[in-house]
Design a protein around this ligand. Structure first.
Ligand SMILES: *[C@@H]1O[C@H](CO)[C@@H](O)[C@H](O)[C@H]1NC(C)=O
Ligand SMILES: *[C@@H]1O[C@H](CO)[C@@H](O)[C@H](O)[C@H]1NC(C)=O
Ligand SMILES: *[C@@H]1O[C@H](CO)[C@@H](O)[C@H](O)[C@H]1NC(C)=O
Ligand SMILES: *[C@@H]1O[C@H](CO)[C@@H](O)[C@H](O)[C@H]1NC(C)=O
Ligand SMILES: *[C@@H]1O[C@H](CO)[C@@H](O)[C@H](O)[C@H]1NC(C)=O
Ligand SMILES: *[C@@H]1O[C@H](CO)[C@@H](O)[C@H](O)[C@H]1NC(C)=O
Ligand SMILES: *[C@@H]1O[C@H](CO)[C@@H](O)[C@H](O)[C@H]1NC(C)=O
Ligand SMILES: *[C@@H]1O[C@H](CO)[C@@H](O)[C@H](O)[C@H]1NC(C)=O
Length: 423
């Protein structure tokens, strides 16, 4: 397996020309025993021994870079490790030199490569992607390779430094064309947690397909849970929205969108929240740990439906592409809906009818006062001497009646006198 050391004369020439060094420095002998191994799922480690016969006054440094001249490094260690998705062949070239000065010409470079696992590349799964939900569980999905039988039984293995060993994902499921699997991966307080990526490998039980690898950095691919709206209120014609962020996230690490749908104007507005602070400091103190945003230009007397979503931002994360789901919607104001009209249509006649009845009763009462009924003297006397009642209206009525009765009595007496006189 030992590959012959490769001369990189042209490269060294370019380096010298680039630095404009005329004096040819004495170069060191090449490193020896360069070898490569894999740890975890795809932590690739290259190791080598110091060159034989190096100048005694030289403090040895090792220059290394990948086959495509990426990630140059000059260091005193005799090893270099890298997390590499082993879907392609990757090579490291190593040389020795006597200082960390980049312009120093290193020794002849020695190269060692690692190839992907055996198997038909067309059989490997494709579009292997993972999302870290709520900083608490990871979901990976993939598409079957082209040269695979439909009943292939997939397995997913994952590794993270906090887990201590390689684990197998248990809940393989299908989502339409895609196949997926979710596993628990909770953020821990340890500050180095997010510096370590998760290594993923998907293969099949029968060993018929070529394994696929992915390396998922934990500072990206994060999908937060949706926020929770706590309160909507109008103050001086402005709509104030207050919500609680998903747990685990600092407010400054999230970006926000507030959606406001107005049912009457049939508008659909989305506001990107830059400043999550309301001028109304009263509101701020109202609900502990909530975020507040003032939405301008909302019609207060109509039905407004509000939803919010969040995503990570570049202050704390490497990407800002994955929006959370929308929060539950919350509404404020009144809807001019059909049931409201029906209720109105039913209530109005009832009110009119009631008004008419009241009016009729009132008119009848009025009639009684204007045109009093012809009294029955006997009944009145009985009432007067029977039960005492200090209702003033009654007394007034009695006054009138009394006078009339007296007049009537007088006229009866008069008629009787006349009768007697005529007899
Ligand atoms: C390289 O490895 C061989 C065998 O492991 C060993 O004998 C030899 O001393 C090593 N070379 C150096 C320079 O260490
Ligand atoms: C190494 O350094 C010593 C003193 O610093 C010097 O005398 C000697 O010549 C040097 N050797 C080489 C090979 O440059
Ligand atoms: C690196 O080497 C070049 C030429 O050999 C020299 O001009 C330069 O000062 C050196 N730089 C350092 C940091 O030693
Ligand atoms: C999100 O994470 C928090 C804290 O770890 C946890 O309490 C909550 O249940 C998680 N939400 C979901 C939907 O898993
Ligand atoms: C996958 O598993 C099922 C049930 O265990 C088995 O019937 C089927 O043959 C397996 N497929 C392959 C390609 O091994
Ligand atoms: C919402 O905020 C308003 C104004 O501060 C307050 O009057 C109301 O009680 C709050 N409603 C809820 C459900 O907290
Ligand atoms: C708001 O309106 C948009 C566009 O019509 C629609 O897609 C969305 O579902 C509506 N939101 C709610 C909460 O109904
Ligand atoms: C987000 O929405 C999708 C589709 O409606 C649903 O399957 C998923 O469970 C939701 N996720 C969360 C964290 O609520």
């Amino acid at each position: 397996m030992e590959r012959p050391a490769r001369l990189c004369g042209l490269w060294a020439l370019l380096l010298c020309a680039g630095a404009g060094v005329a004096a040819p420095a004495e170069t060191q002998p090449p490193v020896t025993n360069l070898s490569v191994s894999v740890e975890n799922l795809c932590t690739v480690i290259w190791t080598w021994n110091p060159p034989e016969g190096a100048s005694p006054n030289c403090s040895l440094r090792y220059f290394s870079h990948f086959g495509n001249k990426q990630d140059k490094k000059i260091a005193p260690e005799t090893h270099r490790s890298e997390e590499v998705p082993l879907n392609e062949r990757i090579c490291l070239q190593v040389g020795s030199q006597c200082s960390t000065n980049e312009s120093e010409q290193p020794s002849i470079l020695v190269e060692k490569c690692i190839s992907p696992p055996e198997g038909d590349p067309e059989s490997a799964v494709t579009e292997l992607q993972c999302v870290w939900h709520n900083l608490s569980y990871m979901t990976c999905t993939w598409l079957p390779g082209r040269n695979t039988s439909p009943d292939t039984n997939y397995t997913l293995y994952y590794w993270h430094s906090s887990l201590g060993k390689i684990l197998q994902c248990e809940n393989i499921h299908r989502e339409g064309q895609h196949i997926g699997c979710s596993f628990v991966l909770s953020k821990v307080k340890d500050s180095s947690f997010e510096q370590q990526s998760v290594q993923i490998m998907v293969k099949d039980n029968a060993g018929k397909i070529r394994p696929s690898f992915n390396i998922v950095p934990l500072t990206s691919h994060v999908k937060p849970d949706p926020p929770h709206i706590k309160n909507l209120s109008f103050h001086n014609g402005d709509l104030y929205v207050q919500w609680k962020n998903p747990q685990n996230f600092y407010s400054r690490c999230l970006s926000y969108q507030v959606e406001v749908n107005n049912s009457q104007a049939e508008t659909h507005d989305i506001f990107s929240v830059e400043e999550t602070k309301c001028q109304n400091s009263e509101l701020e103190g109202n609900l502990e740990g909530t975020i507040c945003f003032m939405v301008p230009g909302v019609l207060p007397d109509t039905l407004n439906t509000v939803r919010i979503r969040v995503k990570t931002n570049k202050l704390c994360y490497e990407d800002d592409k994955l929006w959370s789901n929308w929060s539950q919607a919350m509404s404020i104001g009144q809807r001019a809906n059909p049931t409201f009209y029906i209720t109105t249509l039913l209530i109005i006649p009832v009110i009119v009818a009631a008004a008419i009845i009241v009016l009729l009763l009132y008119l009848k009462r009025l009639k009684i006062i204007i045109f009093p009924p012809i009294p029955d003297p006997g009944k009145i006397f009985k009432e007067m001497f029977g039960d005492q009642n200090d209702d003033t209206l009654h007394w007034k009525k009695y006054d009138i009646c009394e006078k009339q009765t007296k007049e009537e009595t007088d006229s009866v007496v008069l008629i009787e006198n006349l009768k007697r006189a005529s007899q």
